[in-house]
Design a protein around this ligand. Structure first.
Ligand code: S3P
Length: 177
């Protein structure tokens, strides 16, 4: 039942292109809870795109901002559907805060599928920074290898999005939340 086993909220984690924002909005609509997105709040606070924050201030500064936004959203939006950035789970403080907030659902897909989705999504390519100096598929494979243990560590529900659309992913999550 909704929220019985945790803080009552729902957290979506996973790599870029796994559908966190789309699925989060669907779940918010279906549950009547608000959807809040860590990246959106960072962009609003900084008044710049995430790509611009990375370019002007560097990734460490972005991660500091991200941690403070996670801390604030978790405190101010109990019970909400919370969308995270692909790297939000890198910091232990974030993993702890997210776990306390609610059910953590990991949306996963293989590196080659993620590369295809990002290739097809020019808006994401323009507003998000590269994370390495490598080509897309190599970058995704490398970054996923680093992050997978963290996603695994905090996920209470794992949803394979490889061959599922957002509505079906949302249905699967609702069975657990
Ligand atoms: C990042 C993913 C992005 C955003 C930033 C860093 C990452 O979020 O937080 O560009 O490290 O994977 P999305 O997963 O929402 O694209």
């Amino acid at each position: 039942p909704m929220g019985e086993t945790n803080g009552g909220g729902l957290v979506l984690v996973g790599y870029r292109g796994t559908g966190k924002s789309t699925v989060g909005r669907l779940l918010a609509g279906r549950s009547g809870r608000p959807f809040v997105d860590v990246d959106d709040v960072i962009v609003a606070r900084a008044g710049r795109t995430i790509r611009a924050i990375f370019e002007d201030s560097g990734e460490p500064a972005f991660r500091e901002l991200e941690e403070s936004v996670v801390r604030d959203l978790v405190a101010t939006h109990p019970g909400a559907v919370l969308g995270t950035g692909g790297g939000t789970i890198l910091r232990e403080a974030n993993r702890r805060a997210l776990t306390t907030f609610g059910l953590v659902a990991w949306l996963r897909a293989d590196a080659d599928e993620l590369a295809r989705r990002l290739e097809a999504d020019s808006a994401t390519r323009e507003t998000r920074p590269s994370l390495t100096s490598k080509g897309a598929l190599e970058e995704i494979a490398e970054v996923l290898a680093v992050r997978t243990p963290f996603y695994q560590e905090i996920a209470q529900v794992v949803v394979d999005t490889q061959e599922r659309g957002p509505a079906e992913v949302a249905d699967l999550i609702l069975r657990h939340w």
